[in-house]
Design a protein around this ligand. Structure first.
Ligand code: 9MG
Length: 261
């Protein structure tokens, strides 16, 4: 899953793809590098980010989704927590909703159920603006597992097909270094749930804290964590660095399957 942020304040690409032409060019590059999903987001979820209005998000993402749908052979996911944006994104051509809020906004599950799209349910403690202030858990793995199982069940009860759901522990979303490391070590417990495991560690602060590296120097650390995650059952990797990540995933998958994927 290649990341395409169309925000002016995206944390690692500095909003370079805010203009439509540049966004579509980047989308073509993401596909050429081997991604099978493009995740289009019009609202930053980085720590400290403020929410924007649904109409602003829609104006940012819809032309990009329409342009990708018309010109690329790739699945498109809409990265949003707002039901109105989900609806607009799906109408424009998205077939997956990736929600860091796990469809908990009123009306979000109904949109997913009615539109029969895939969904990514992510765990987050708190909200992006304050989530890294003082994250606390008694049992981080147990609490995140319980949350994901609960939200998964709620989606199924709302009419979302069970096979349409992916789950994500939400690295960096209301988690300190120790929480992130524990979750990474315990990924097999998440992979044992009944839904494919989606993870996003690309350029995140967990890598910065391990290696003492700035956001643009975190590729190799991210590839290391990606290889570990795939070996431990992750099936969808959300990344800024598609080409290198595809190579890492294919290499690990060849070993796991005993043949070239
Ligand atoms: C939008 N977004 C930012 N980080 C993410 C992550 O780790 N997982 C998912 N599903 N979405 C994310």
């Amino acid at each position: 899953m290649g990341i395409l942020n169309v925000t002016p304040d995206s944390f690692s690409d500095g909003g370079r793809y805010a203009a439509l032409d540049a966004a579509l060019e980047r989308a073509r590059q993401i596909v050429a590098e081997g991604a099978t999903i493009i995740d289009v987001g019009g609202q930053s979820t980085r720590p400290g980010a403020f929410a924007v209005d649904a109409s602003v998000e829609i104006a940012r993402v819809v032309p990009v989704i329409e342009g990708i749908a018309a010109s690329c052979d790739v699945a498109i996911s809409i990265d949003t927590s707002k039901p109105r944006v989900m609806q607009a994104g799906v109408a424009a051509g998205a077939c997956i909703i990736n929600d860091v809020y796990a469809l908990r906004e009123p009306g979000a599950r109904a949109v997913a159920a009615e539109s029969q799209v895939g969904v990514g349910l992510m765990h987050m403690q708190g909200e992006p603006r304050t989530m890294q202030d003082s994250p606390h858990y008694n049992d981080v793995v147990g609490e995140v597992l319980e949350f994901l199982e609960h939200e998964r069940r709620a989606c199924i009860e709302a009419g979302v097909a069970s096979e349409a759901i992916a789950i994500d522990p939400g690295f960096g979303f209301g988690k300190n270094l120790e929480h992130n490391l524990t979750l990474l070590r315990e990924l097999p417990r998440f992979a044992a749930l009944q839904s494919p495991l989606l993870i996003g560690v690309s350029r995140k602060s967990v890598i910065g804290k391990i290696l003492g590296k700035k956001v643009n120097d975190r590729l190799y650390g991210g590839l290391g964590l990606t290889a570990l995650a795939v070996a431990n059952g992750a099936r969808i990797i959300r990344t800024h660095d598609v080409g290198p990540t595809v190579d890492a995933v294919r290499s690990v998958s060849a070993v796991l399957q005993g043949s070239v994927p």
